[in-house]
Design a protein around this ligand. Structure first.
Ligand SMILES: Nc1ncnc2c1ncn2[C@@H]1O[C@H](COP(=O)(O)OP(=O)(O)OP(=O)(O)O)[C@@H](O)[C@H]1O
Ligand SMILES: [Mn+2]
Length: 469
């Protein structure tokens, strides 16, 4: 079925012109990016200001001292000289291969024959107890390409949730969750806006998928950007209720607003230019009957009120309670929760009120990172409190620590790796460089929190926990 579409997807993937790698010019062994001066804060200037490295040179004495102490403490686990020479991909591989546990797959897919499946079916079948997808599985890139290109055959509004979302069905019966572009990439979160009243960003959903992949987490369902023709690809397939919300704006653009509990009126419409709109498409997870999910309240959830603070914002002993109770009292889950917050700190996402796991996998499984639309909104400010679980528990997973340490030491930097990954998307540049540079700064800040935990005299093995994940 649809084998032509699959082959053409593969062909397109191999087409190097999709990767505008010309943007990268080697200089001094490090990849640097030329971009116009006058953009943002001064970064490392070279050649009298003409060329600047994409990444800021973020270093911190506390972090450097921590590395020296750790290397002295255990030169095998913390060999930072070796780490500098190890390519990031090799580090990911080395960390992964230490774990011999294979993990279960969703039992409902056991009898699905692998051959003849569409890529989206292979993705669903391939969901593992320890990862949402295998990055080396060609079905994953294939599915991403297909979400960006396959003809649409149906559009539905997704019920529930606060903002408009559509369920898009493609002609191979795969489905994706659609979030539209609301404003240009230059527009940052307004300083007086609460995170819970801010619009979601389609490009944050795309960037989160790539960031998660660079981190070697594989906990975000694949997301693709796509430019939609609102008339032919959305309105044409909409039911009466949705179709009725389409209109032509005074500027002669096609707009629609759908129906939902917050931003679904003509004052908050999604408008095309004149009839096309960018959107993010997240691969659909298996239906409940194939992969039942469990929703967990984040213990470090924010208050979602402009008047109240959450417990953890006032007291710093929440972790004492959390770490003694299931599911965080044994196994991987506390480290997973802290990974979630590391991930959110990097993107600047304050909106992680809940997270989900697959019931079939029990408690010994990864946290799904769905709903990342509220990150990448502020490039200059870092929301330190997103790291509260890290600095209140003083725990970080060893593999996560080593990945961040590598990206701190370089020469590969998170900004460059994420930028390269994002170049593959159709709506590239997915985020502006200022947001990528912020990633490097945040890597340093996470490590500084770890350094401060160690300086408290806590045992290294209690702070940097090696659970082999
Ligand atoms: N890729 C996906 N496949 C299937 N369901 C998904 C996917 N991503 C998210 N969902 C589900 O869709 C629901 C709403 O998604 P999301 O959280 O992005 O919307 P929201 O409007 O921000 O909701 P809320 O306001 O509750 O945060 C969630 O319950 C989630 O379980
Ligand atoms: Mn949400």
């Amino acid at each position: 079925m649809e084998s032509d579409a699959h082959i053409s997807a593969i062909r397109k993937r191999l087409n190097k012109s999709n990767y505008s790698s010309d943007d990268f010019s080697p200089e001094g062994g490090e990849e640097v990016l030329k971009f116009k001066p006058a953009e943002e804060e001064p970064l490392t200037r070279r050649n009298s200001g003409e060329t600047r490295t994409l990444h800021g040179n973020f270093t911190d004495e506390e972090v450097d001292l921590m590395f020296r102490k750790l290397q002295h403490y255990n030169g095998r686990m913390f060999d930072f000289d070796e780490l500098r020479l190890t390519p990031y991909d090799s580090l990911l591989w080395n960390l992964k291969k230490r774990n011999r546990r294979r993990g279960n797959y969703l039992p409902a897919y056991r009898n699905y024959d692998g051959s003849g499946l569409a890529n989206w079916e292979k993705f669903q079948k391939g969901i593992n107890q320890y990862f949402m997808y295998d990055p080396d599985d060609p079905a994953i890139d294939g599915m991403v390409e297909e979400m960006a290109t396959l003809p649409v055959i149906d559009v539905e509004q997704k019920e529930g949730g606060t903002q408009l979302k559509l369920i898009i069905t493609f002609n191979d019966e795969g489905q994706a969750l659609f979030k539209p572009m609301r404003f240009p990439r230059e527009q940052e979160t307004l300083p007086n806006h609460f995170y819970f009243s801010d619009y979601e960003r389609h490009n944050a959903e795309i960037a989160a998928f790539h960031l998660d992949r660079v981190l070697g987490f594989y906990r975000v369902p694949p997301v693709a950007g796509r430019v939609f023709n609102m008339t032919f690809e959305i309105k044409r397939f909409a039911d009466r209720k949705l179709a009725k919300t389409f209109f032509i704006s005074p500027a002669n653009n096609v707009c629609f607003h759908g129906s939902c509990s917050y931003y679904c009126d003509s004052g908050h419409a999604i408008c095309g230019h004149p009839d096309t709109v960018e959107a993010s498409l997240a691969a659909f997870l298996p239906p409940e009957k194939m992969g039942k999910r469990k929703t967990w309240r984040n213990p470090w959830k924010r208050s979602y009120s402009k008047h109240r603070k959450a417990y953890w914002e006032v007291y710093d002993d929440l972790c004492d309670k959390v770490r003694d109770k299931p599911p965080y009292n044994n196994g991987r889950r506390l480290q997973d929760l802290i990974d979630t917050h590391v991930f959110d700190f990097l993107q600047g996402n304050l909106d992680r009120h809940h997270y989900e796991t697959f019931r079939d996998f029990g408690n010994n499984t990864f946290h799904m990172h769905l709903d990342n639309g509220r990150g990448f909104g502020k490039s200059k400010a870092d929301e330190h409190t997103i790291l509260a679980p890290l600095y209140q528990c003083c725990v970080i997973r060893y593999s996560t620590f080593m990945k961040l340490a590598k990206l701190y030491i370089g020469p590969e930097k998170m900004s460059i790796l994420v930028k390269k990954s994002l170049l593959r998307d159709r709506v590239s540049p997915v985020v502006l460089d200022v947001h990528l540079i912020a990633l490097d700064r945040r890597v340093m800040k996470i490590l500084r929190e770890v350094a401060q935990c160690l300086e408290k005299g806590l045992d290294v093995t209690e702070v940097i926990v090696d659970d082999f994940f």
